[in-house]
Design a protein around this ligand. Structure first.
Ligand code: CO
Length: 152
């Protein structure tokens, strides 16, 4: 929490950036979100460090700063999402919140006693910086922080 000069208290988490959903078959997942909900693919990426292929979808007419659905397919069984699928099956994997300054947010959240999976930011979707918080410290919810790239 940040106290401003005018006394407003600002939350470290300023929006829901995306929900991450684990699936076995990215193409099938995308087809479902397109046909059932009319969503549009805005990015497809392969993130070797996270061990996933991923697709970001949203409303085609959405304004900047909107929330996304992130579909995740593991690059192999011995990856975090691969192990999640084996243990829990397809479904909600994590929630990602937007932050203004991820380094400052990690320092503050870590100092509050929350266990950090990433104690410094790593590369996320679409040029963002991300870091994960351990679900054991967040009521069972794997939680991701996202600092969006600065727009040119
Ligand atoms: Co995510």
């Amino acid at each position: 929490m940040t106290e401003t000069a005018t006394g407003w208290r600002l939350s470290l988490l300023n929006r829901i950036d995306h929900v991450g959903i684990a699936c076995h078959d990215l193409a099938r997942g995308v087809a479902f979100y397109e046909s059932a909900f009319g969503m549009t693919v805005v990015a497809r990426e392969r993130n070797e460090h996270q061990g996933v292929s991923e697709v970001m979808l949203r409303d085609a007419n959405a304004a900047a700063g909107t929330s996304y659905v992130q579909l995740l397919q593991p690059l192999g069984p011995d990856t975090p999402v691969g192990r999640f699928l084996a243990r829990r099956g397809e479904g909600l994997h994590h929630i990602a919140y937007g932050v203004t300054d991820i380094t400052a947010a990690l320092a503050s959240i870590g100092a509050s006693g929350v266990r950090l999976i990433n104690d410094r930011p790593v590369r996320g979707s679409m040029g963002s910086l991300i870091a994960f918080l351990h679900p054991a410290s967040v009521g069972g919810v794997l939680t991701e922080l996202v600092q969006a790239p600065l727009l040119a």
